[in-house]
Design a protein around this ligand. Structure first.
Ligand code: NAP
Length: 314
């Protein structure tokens, strides 16, 4: 848990009372939690949108939104789950996954497929929803570029776009180029040595880390093309929703922010494809609950290939 925004060493382990589920809530005995860039952003309090609900100090003192575990008890009005059920989901509003017990609204949870481990299931909710919705318009012959493609959402997005028949370019740091190729990327770019907006234009750009000007994004698109930002600096996101929208309209392109619909409908279809073996889950490393600061640093410093998991019931 933490009381102030800052680097991983502001996190500490503490004993807290086991919470009780309120109306519509489920108490989950945690097995595994995967990390997302949103956990890192909420730890640092940067970009500014990561402070929504707690400007000076964090609103949620225990991070961890992608949760997987067994139902311990349920609050009044909960009908879909019973004690003992194996569940997983994106608990972005309440968080609390880096703990032995977490409270989640019933609506955030889904029943875990039997053939996926808790660790595997925990990788899917947030990254899977982003990847599914971000690549929904990828299709045969379309040139798709994914910026930040070597991380959690990107590793799923490359596979989904490739399977949809698109020509896929993955952009990330040099240490992740081989990994992106192994997922199916036709071309790879090291963002530290090459600016993708100055290369070939694309029909779809899915950007997980936006920080450039809207003119650069316009340059990256073919006529009729679409740029979707999922995350990045506050400044860049503001520019995309204002100037980007207008510039896109004027030049026959679409430039905007993808507000991802979170919840089971967003990640269950991906889970089915993982169960059938169409899509692979890549867990880069697994840490223990006491090692959450190291796990955070591993993700925040950009060393993770695919997903990082905290195994709580070791
Ligand atoms: N729109 C919504 O509704 C919504 C909902 C939830 C989450 N989000 C956002 O979605 C994003 C999801 O990220 P994730 O969890 O998939 O992150 P992740 O696993 O950390 O992956 C991001 C990747 O981008 C790379 N990267 C960093 N800077 C880059 C740059 N300048 N150019 C190209 N690549 C760069 C990182 O590698 P290195 O750092 O090693 O270079 C990393 O491999 C986050 O920004 C999160 O805030 C959006």
């Amino acid at each position: 848990m933490y009381d102030q925004y800052g680097p991983p060493d502001v996190l500490r382990v503490e004993n807290l009372p086991v919470p009780s589920p309120g109306p519509g809530q489920v108490l989950v005995e945690m097995s595994a939690t995967s990390l997302n860039l949103s956990d890192w952003e909420c730890l640092l309090g940067k970009p500014m949108y990561a402070r929504i609900g707690g400007f000076r100090s964090p609103a949620r003192r225990v991070l961890g939104s992608d949760i997987a575990g067994r139902v311990e008890s349920v609050g009044s009005g909960v009908t879909r789950f019973h004690p003992g059920d194996e569940v997983y989901g994106d608990n972005l509003d309440l968080k609390g996954g880096f703990a032995e017990y977490a409270l989640a609204p019933e609506s955030a949870l889904s029943r875990k497929p039997e053939t996926l481990t808790f660790a595997e299931a925990s990788t899917l909710p947030q990254a899977g929803a982003i990847a599914m919705q971000g690549t929904a318009t990828a299709g045969p012959g379309r040139r798709v570029l994914i910026n930040g493609a070597g991380g959690g959402s990107g590793a799923f997005a490359i596979q989904l776009a490739k399977q949809a028949g698109a020509h896929v370019t993955g952009v990330d740091n040099a240490g992740k180029l081989e990994f992106m190729r192994s997922l199916g990327a036709d071309e790879v770019i090291d963002y530290r040595s090459q600016d993708y907006t100055r290369g070939e234009p694309h029909d779809l750009v899915l950007d997980l880390v936006s920080y450039r000007s809207v003119f650069a994004y316009r340059r990256a698109l073919a006529r009729g093309g679409r740029y979707l930002s999922v995350g990045g600096t506050t400044r860049s996101l503001l520019r995309i929703t204002t100037g980007g929208f207008v510039l896109g309209r004027l030049t026959g392109r679409r430039i905007g922010v993808l507000v991802v619909k979170l919840g089971p409908a967003g990640f269950e279809p991906l889970a089915e494809r993982c169960v059938s073996g169409d899509v692979q889950i890549h867990i880069d490393r697994t840490f223990s609950l006491e090692e959450v600061p190291q796990a955070m640093a591993h993700v925040g410093e950009g060393r993770a290939l695919g997903k990082v998991v905290v195994q709580i019931d070791q």
